[in-house]
Design a binder for this molecule. Structure first.
Ligand SMILES: [Zn+2]
Length: 135
């Protein structure tokens, strides 16, 4: 059981590392893995970062064909999703929209990335963890 303040701290640490890397977006599962806690525990913290504009939340619909898993479309809010038949541009698979095929993705706000970079440049050493982070 990880304490709430520790989760928040680790989430911020992770986001700052990403901000220093070329990575533009992240999935909650990757953060959960880093923090070593279930997605449901880190999700509210990510939402908090959306509120302060560090992250932008997008919803992706992925192809149901398990071998394909191509992102078929993305929207800003779940309300924009209409229950309709979708077809995958990659494999041509047609499927109806289902709750469980909608995945949240968090995009790093480019101005936030710049801000973090500026902030870090003032320190002489770049966090080595950011450089060794392969995503
Ligand atoms: Zn497909």
């Amino acid at each position: 059981m990880v304490a709430q303040y520790e989760i928040r701290d680790k989430v911020l640490e992770y986001i700052e590392m990403l901000a220093m890397s070329p990575v533009k977006s992240l999935y909650p599962t990757a953060v959960a893995k880093y923090v070593n806690t279930p997605v449901k525990d880190i999700f509210p913290h990510l939402i908090d970062l959306v509120k302060v504009d560090e992250l932008h939340l997008k919803w992706e619909i992925r192809c149901l064909n398990f071998d394909c898993h191509q992102t078929v479309c993305e929207v800003d809010t779940r309300n924009q999703l209409e229950s309709e038949e979708l077809s995958c541009p990659k494999c041509g698979h047609e499927f109806g929209l289902n709750e469980r095929d909608i995945f949240p993705r968090f995009d790093l706000n480019p101005s936030y990335k710049e801000y973090i970079r500026r902030k870090k440049v003032e320190k002489t050493l770049i966090d080595k963890q950011a450089l060794s982070l392969h995503l």
